[in-house]
Design a protein around this ligand. Structure first.
Ligand SMILES: Nc1ncnc2c1ncn2[C@@H]1O[C@H](COP(=O)(O)OP(=O)(O)OP(=O)(O)O)[C@@H](O)[C@H]1O
Ligand SMILES: Nc1ncnc2c1ncn2[C@@H]1O[C@H](COP(=O)(O)OP(=O)(O)OP(=O)(O)O)[C@@H](O)[C@H]1O
Ligand SMILES: [Mg+2]
Ligand SMILES: [Mg+2]
Lengths: 225, 225
């Protein structure tokens, strides 16, 4: 379903080249539940950004259902980003000037639902992450873990087939983190694909397959028995 | 050394009052090593912001060395914030348009050192957190955990007496997190005061005293034997 072949990601900083991903080969089938671990700076967010079409490889190929994404039409790319993929960012990336409800509502705006239905769906997503009573708050009127949960609610509100989650429990206490993992596990049970970056073993243990990165390459790739 | 007496922090959101801290009593002596834990939204960052003079109580008193901070002169308050306290923010708060070295150099700018000495000290702080080869990168050219480490280097560069750290290892793998805890433990051994917010028990175990917050109040306050 998703295939990276010999992908390089090279950033230029001044005169220097930073190799964030190196000759990266990676295949993911529909419905898999994958955890990606590795040291700070090893390429996890870079990999997720490329998978979510938020960034492009410097070299190599990204095939989605055997189709090269670089030759997909703009309409197909937009549909992929807005409807098929839900992205939970490591630094949340909420709109600062609007409240939690509107932030969560955003992915629904291009769909066919009425404004009232959108608000109802967004409110349910906020209730699912324990923030039903915080919908009016703007991001700077929320705690760090609350902002993270708004970002999670926004990623799941469109019921996407693929969840790309970059450290979704990094700012959460263990009880709230467990509630979020219940939501993600449920999405997986419905047949969807989960790719989760985490540095916590007990979070990675929810996945069926654990991949360790080191210096922009795969160091190990193990399936659970 | 630090005393909060019957402190309330009440935010207004539209017509609603949010009680982030409620009748909060808290005493910290010089040289203590305290961990603050509690659920997402329980008031941990609010408490740290008040202790670091980045926010003011709605009611109640904050005494620093028996002096009410609200009657301190502006010069004394500035000295407290810039020289006596090092603050590691939950969301890093780096200057986006300048590189890691300049971000770390910032607290030194009001001191008496030469520009060359400031750069050398800032570079050493970046090397101490494993980022000596990333000093030219701007925040958006760094990974999440690298930005967190720049925020840590900036907080310690002035050798402050009090470190206020809001989830300093939240974006770090366990090995890098352990390296950061070594740095913080060392600062404590020199006689300084550490107040650390974390949701990880193994990080809290570095402290001598662990405080649990719930709904803006202290639920438990235990010293290690
Ligand atoms: N500027 C603000 N305006 C309104 N409410 C706020 C504001 N800042 C914080 N709050 C609310 O105050 C409560 C405490 O927030 P705080 O940031 O201290 O929590 P926290 O314990 O640090 O949580 P986390 O573990 O998620 O970082 C939260 O319920 C939050 O919604
Ligand atoms: N825009 C950029 N320009 C230059 N270098 C970059 C850029 N983005 C990332 N890097 C570098 O690429 C490497 C990989 O970054 P990435 O964000 O993928 O790491 P990560 O594994 O997510 O780390 P963390 O666990 O700290 O979040 C890092 O060394 C980083 O400094
Ligand atoms: Mg990352
Ligand atoms: Mg907080």
């Amino acid at each position: 379903m998703i295939k990276l072949e010999k992908v390089d990601k090279i950033y230029k900083v001044g005169a220097e080249d930073v190799h964030a991903l190196r000759r990266f080969d990676f295949t993911i089938d529909k419905g898999e539940y994958i955890a990606i671990m590795g040291p700070s700076g090893s390429g996890k967010s870079t990999l997720l950004n490329i998978l979510g079409l938020l960034d492009v490889p410097t070299n190599g190929v990204y095939l989605f259902n055997n189709e090269d994404v670089t030759v997909m039409s703009d309409a197909r790319l937009a549909e992929f980003r807005n409807k098929r993929v839900g992205f939970i960012f490591q630094t949340f990336n909420l709109l600062p000037r609007t409240n939690a409800l509107h932030n969560v509502e955003l992915p629904l705006i291009y769909g066919k639902k009425s404004p009232a239905a959108r608000k109802g769906i967004a409110l349910e997503a906020l209730e699912a992450v324990g923030l039903g009573d915080r919908w009016k708050h703007k991001p700077n009127e929320l705690s760090g873990g609350q902002r993270q949960r708004v970002a999670i609610a926004r990623a799941i509100v469109n019921e996407p087939e693929i969840i790309l989650a970059d450290e979704p429990t990094g700012n959460l206490d263990s009880k709230t983190g467990a509630e979020i993992m219940d939501i993600i596990d449920n999405i997986h049970r419905k047949g969807n694909t989960i790719i989760l970056v985490t540095h916590e073993d007990y979070i990675a243990d929810h996945a069926d397959r654990i991949i360790h990165l080191l210096d922009g390459q795969i160091e190990s790739d193990k399936r659970r028995e």
